[in-house]
Structures are given as structure tokens and as C-alpha cells.
Design a protein around this ligand. Structure first.
Ligand code: C2G
Length: 131
């Protein structure tokens, strides 16, 4: 079984995220998503609209996704790849080059981002704030 892993915040789930997850799954048979926790989002400097549990429910409901695990640090990827026997690490090409070090452990694939859409754009256009 060819196992794929990817990581992200996936806030305000949109078709750009779905495109990424669909293409990631097409590279193998089993897709793991490392979902950024609120604490890790703070480290990444991201403010989330949905909580981790709310985002986890959404991601788990996507047909391409087989397992969701928490992403709590930048450093966990190597352990995840080893522990889950992952064959391919996939992420959008906004990260191109940033995870080449993982090539010692698995194949690394950067997929083109879907243009025109982002959680930040949605939040800005809707003036979304959560009290
Ligand atoms: N994405 C995409 N097209 C978009 C928006 C996002 O392909 N229009 C992809 C991103 O490239 C990423 C995934 O969807 O692969 C999740 O996007 P984010 O939630 O923004 O992820 P990010 O905050 O970049 O977290 O350790 C890695 C980080 O956790 C990645």
C-alpha cells in the first residue's frame, strides 16, 4: 500500500484544499493529513476561524482522506514518515524547496496551488471575525 502524507491548517475548507487532497490521494492508496493544532497555528502565525476539532471533522469527511493526525511541530514530519511508513510527502508549491530534506526518508512532491482562492482571502472579503 502506497502511503501519502500532507500537512496543513485547512481553515475555512475550500476547493483549493480539496484539489490538493484529491491530487495527493491520486499518488497512492492511503492519505494521511497532519492537521495543524491551534497551538501550532500560533507558531505558524495563523489565526484560525474553526477549532482543531471542527477542522478535523471536515477533513475526515473528505473521501480522499484516510487518517487525520495532529500537527504540533515543524519537527514531527520525519517521525511521522517513519512511524506511518509513508512513501510520499506532498504539499502545495508555495512551500517549494522547504521540505527537500525529507527526500532522505520518502519522495517529496510539490503540487501547484489552486489560484485565486485562500482562507485568508475568504476571511478578508467576508470581514470574518469570531467573537
Ligand atoms: N493549497 C492549495 N491551493 C490553495 C490553498 C491551499 O493547493 N489555493 C494547499 C496548500 O499549498 C497546502 C494545503 O492546501 O498544501 C493546506 O493549505 P494551508 O492550510 O494554508 O496549509 P499551511 O498553513 O501552508 O500549512 O507543515 C506544513 C504546514 O502545516 C502547511
Amino acid at each position: 500500500m502506497k502511503k501519502i502524507i500532507t500537512y496543513g491548517t485547512f481553515d475555512l475548507l475550500h476547493y483549493g484544499h480539496i484539489n490538493l487532497l484529491k491530487r495527493a490521494k491520486e499518488l497512492g492508496d492511503y492519505l494521511i493529513v497532519g492537521l495543524s493544532t491551534e497551538e501550532f497555528n500560533q507558531i505558524k502565525g495563523k489565526k484560525c476561524y474553526f477549532t482543531y476539532e471542527e477542522r478535523k471533522k471536515l477533513i475526515e469527511s473528505i473521501r480522499y482522506v484516510d487518517l487525520v493526525i495532529p500537527e504540533v511541530s515543524w519537527e514531527q514530519k520525519i517521525n511521522d514518515i517513519i512511524n506511518f511508513q509513508v512513501n510520499v510527502f506532498v504539499i502545495g508549491d508555495d512551500w517549494k524547496g522547504k521540505f527537500d530534506y525529507l527526500e532522505d526518508y520518502c519522495e517529496v512532491v510539490y503540487l501547484p496551488r489552486t489560484p485565486e482562492i485562500s482562507s485568508t482571502k475568504i476571511k478578508n472579503e467576508l470581514g470574518l471575525i469570531r467573537d
